[in-house]
Design a protein around this ligand. Structure first.
Ligand code: ADP
Length: 262
């Protein structure tokens, strides 16, 4: 056991040092591999912001990863690139065997539509549609979706399906947003501060729903948070600083969400 975890740690370190793409780890394959990713924003005639400054990471099937780092360290920029919502300035991003940085628009659209679920801090539900109808917006265009009712049941909202967003608490609205993101059975679930606007109790329910998606659907989950306590529920914690990976830490065991308090 100890030898396995040593090996894993070595490989995790390796993945932050410009190493070649690894074949597998613990029998699991990398879903996303980023190498030397940079993102440079021009903000004026002579000013540039290096939001990402050479990021190398491998994210594996079924992993639960927390991205930590101070404000401005590049977390959202990285998540948006991982989700195909933004392009890097240089470097490569590979999803399985596909180089997304070389992909045409059709492939990228398909990647966003079929593979990736996004959850943001603010729930972005359509107020005039019920919970079920908000989820149907996605299931109507997905290739092999689950029933909206099943997605809502998975996040504990079986008895709230016909409520409008204004009739739901903040935590319930965020769980509708999770149901919407997972109904297409995404292989990758990307969450940008999903509990940032919630109190502890509702934040915990939301994290439990995300953890369940990871466990029961096997999605790779990446969660951005400012809250270091949340890091305990992850398999791995990747810390960013000034657009670089500053540290990769593997938790010996994942802490159950219901043991968290912040
Ligand atoms: P984090 O999510 O860690 O707070 P971001 O990825 O949002 O960090 O931002 C990283 C840096 O890039 C910050 O300095 C931010 O101001 C800058 N930045 C992000 N988006 C843009 C943009 N569209 N134009 C210019 N600068 C940006």
């Amino acid at each position: 056991m100890h030898r396995v975890s040593l090996l894993v740690d070595t490989m995790a370190d390796h993945a932050t040092s410009g190493a070649p793409f690894p074949a597998s780890r613990d029998g699991l394959h990398p879903l996303l591999s980023a190498r030397a990713l940079t993102k440079v924003y021009s903000t004026g005639v002579a000013t540039e912001v290096r939001a990402l400054n050479g990021v190398d990471i491998d994210l594996f099937e079924r992993e639960f990863v927390v991205l930590l780092g101070p404000s401005g360290s590049g977390k959202s920029t990285l998540l948006n690139i991982l989700g195909g919502l933004d392009n890097p300035s240089s470097g490569t991003l590979q999803f399985r065997d596909t180089d997304l940085t070389e992909a045409d628009d059709r492939t990228l659209t398909q990647y966003r539509r079929e593979t990736v679920g996004f959850i943001f801090q603010f729930f972005n539900l359509i107020p005039s549609l019920t919970a079920r109808e908000n989820v149907e917006l996605i299931t109507d265009i997905a290739t092999d979706p689950m029933a909206p009712e099943d997605a809502l049941a998975l996040v504990g909202l079986a008895d709230r399906m016909d409520h409008f967003p204004s009739e739901l608490s903040g935590g319930e609205q965020q769980r509708v947003a999770i149901a919407r993101a997972i109904a297409k059975r995404p292989e990758v679930l990307l969450c940008d501060e999903p509990t940032g606007a919630l109190d502890v109790r509702t934040g915990t329910l939301v994290l439990e729903a995300i953890e369940r998606v990871n466990r029961e659907l096997g999605a790779l989950v990446v969660i951005i948070t400012h809250n270091a306590v949340i890091a305990d529920i992850a398999d791995r914690v990747i810390s960013l600083s000034d657009g670089r990976v500053a540290r990769v830490h593997r938790n010996a065991a994942r802490r159950p969400v219901n043991e968290l308090s912040w």
